[in-house]
Design a protein around this ligand. Structure first.
Ligand code: CTP
Length: 393
């Protein structure tokens, strides 16, 4: 994504401390941040902190003569791709519902010609109050994006809805909002993570897949405008926001879940490390040790990807090949055997568990290597290639 700019508005709420982390994360994603604070926000976090983190003067005062033309409300909003208010207090939301403009931040919101995103942060009773709910409904009707809130423990000790989303979630949603949308209108089904094949009630056969690549693909697909369903084996990861997440633990479970959800999908991406075999007998009780050696008979599992690719109205199918040798040769023969338009080849040693990956895309036109990069960047590269393939088959 080309460099983008936002105004980050901070209003008075205890969640203002999360805005400090948010600035760092946005900047890491090449999003330039101009901070504007209300007077109430300055009671919770200092402008000096936000200035040091953003590397720019922080604006608070409507009458700040240092801003060009002496018209900060016009000047600041014209230079940016979005205004993001985080945290957005109940009072601030009520004010912008009515077009109030009695300080710099609210005036900026009223005078803007760019999208406005707000991340509510308040006590659960304040959030549930019909007045706040009316305001939220009106903001949505006005085309303003509401990010969260989350549920959980609140500063006051109560538990419920009203917590501001964590900085990483907010950063991901802002990034998604600003991203180009080449996959708008596309429905994408993705498998991710390992499968777990039970031997007895306490033992299983699994593999070292972390799920990071599949989750990154799901996040990148959401950013690019797709409607995403993620069918995931057991992982330690939090599913990306905006994605429909379905858990499927065993290979058989994953097979059934994919087949129930594949109708009307435009794209299927098999990222999961699906077990090729599972125990022929599932013991209902723990196997006791007795003999010196133990043999477990295994049956071959159904191939989800191959079966989806051979459906009559198959979606555009993408496979992953994790190899330990002869990478491109083995990957290309898998692509042909499963009749896939595209396969992503990577070395198992690069891919498994790591935060980065180096992949080569193989399609009918040959090999397209992508540079080694964090998995989210690799995921964006893979999806851009898929978007090109489906727009000009
Ligand atoms: N796959 C699948 N269902 C299976 C097995 C694999 O959908 N039962 C998918 C994976 O998600 C991945 C691709 O197929 O996209 C991997 O192909 P595969 O030939 O199964 O790879 P390996 O299991 O690594 O094969 P091998 O062990 O023979 O190298």
């Amino acid at each position: 994504m080309a460099n983008k700019k936002i105004v980050l508005g901070i209003t008075g709420g205890i969640a203002a401390y999360k805005a400090a982390e948010l600035v760092r994360l946005l900047q890491k994603n090449n999003i330039d941040v101009q901070v504007v604070m209300t007077q109430a926000a300055c009671q919770f976090i200092t402008p000096v902190t936000m200035q040091a983190l953003s590397g720019k003067p922080v604006f608070i005062d409507m009458w700040d003569a240092s801003i060009a033309n002496g018209m900060p409300h016009i000047e600041l909003s014209r230079q940016v791709d979005a205004i993001v208010i985080a945290p957005a207090s109940a009072d601030f939301l009520a004010k912008i519902v009515h077009g109030g403009a009695d300080d710099l931040l609210s005036t900026l919101c009223l005078a803007r010609d760019c999208p406005l995103l707000v991340a509510p942060a308040m006590n659960k009773q304040m959030w549930e109050n019909p007045a706040t709910q009316r305001n939220i409904a009106q903001l949505q009707a006005d085309g303003i994006s509401i990010l969260g809130p989350d549920s959980g423990e609140q500063a006051c000790g109560e538990i419920g809805l009203g917590r501001m989303l964590e900085a990483q979630d907010l950063c991901d949603l802002v990034y998604a909002h600003l991203s180009p949308k080449p996959l708008n209108g596309q429905r994408i089904l993705i498998t991710a993570g390992p499968t777990l094949e039970m031997i007895d009630p306490v033992r299983a056969i699994t593999n070292l897949s972390s799920g990071k690549m599949g989750y990154a693909i799901a996040q990148a697909a959401f950013e690019m405008g797709a409607e995403v369903t993620l069918v995931s084996g057991a992982t330690a990861l939090k599913p990306p926001l905006g994605v429909n997440n379905i858990s499927a633990i065993s290979a058989e479970n994953m097979y059934q879940t994919v087949m129930q959800n594949v109708a009307n999908q435009n794209i299927f991406i098999g990222v999961a490390a699906v077990a090729d075999y599972s125990p022929a007998t599932k013991h209902s009780q723990k196997i006791k040790k007795s003999e010196q050696t133990l043999s477990i008979a295994l049956n071959k599992n159904k191939d989800i990807l191959a079966d989806v690719a051979s459906l009559p109205n198959a979606p555009f199918c993408v496979g992953f090949a994790a190899e330990s040798e002869n990478l491109l040769e083995y990957a290309e023969s898998k692509r042909k055997a499963k009749k896939l338009p595209l396969i992503v080849a990577n070395l198992a040693s690069d891919a498994m568990g790591s935060d980065e990956n180096q992949v080569t895309l193989l399609d009918k036109n040959g090999a397209h290597p992508l540079a080694n990069a964090p998995k989210i960047a690799v995921a964006r590269g893979i999806l851009q290639h898929i978007a090109k393939c489906i727009s000009s088959p």
